[in-house]
Design a protein. Structure first.
Length: 151
């Protein structure tokens, strides 16, 4: 398979607080350490009118894709160097295609800019007919194992 693909496996940890989980990872045999400084991630997810990407994910379709505009920073209303990501997943392997959105750099996220952003996305990805469906913002902590094999 193409070297641009990477293996992805996610785990859900229930009934454990963040501090305990981080301590367990750092003190594990894999010796996790911080790879990057933590940062706030903002994403607007795009999907078709019938929510194909969401349905494929929930149904466990092994070959699927999702589309999001992502930027970093504590102010989720300011599009700081936004990038369109087309994430393709085949079983446990994933690959991302990136499209810079320089025309929207440092623009305020408002109804008009979101409409223009949607138009640009549909020009970049013709025949997808994508619409914004949700927005999330969260703080991410980046850890990597001592052998650099797991992050």
């Amino acid at each position: 398979m193409n070297n641009d693909f990477r293996y992805e496996k996610k785990w859900v940890f229930k009934n454990i607080d963040k501090e305990t989980l981080l301590s367990n990872l750092i003190n594990s045999k894999l010796f996790f350490r911080e790879k990057f400084n933590s940062r706030t991630i903002n994403s607007i997810y795009f999907d078709t009118i019938d929510l194909k990407s969401a349905a494929d994910n929930l149904d466990g379709v092994s070959e699927r894709e999702k589309f999001r505009v992502r930027w970093y920073g504590k102010n989720s209303n300011l599009l700081v160097s936004p990038v369109l990501e087309n994430k393709v997943k085949i079983n446990f392997q994933g690959r991302k295609f990136f499209y810079k959105l320089d025309d929207f750099k440092n623009k305020i996220l408002n109804q008009n800019n979101l409409l223009n952003l949607t138009k640009i996305i549909n020009k970049l990805l013709p025949f997808k007919n994508l619409y914004p469906v949700s927005m999330i913002s969260y703080k991410r902590i980046y850890l990597i194992s001592a052998n650099n094999g797991i992050r």
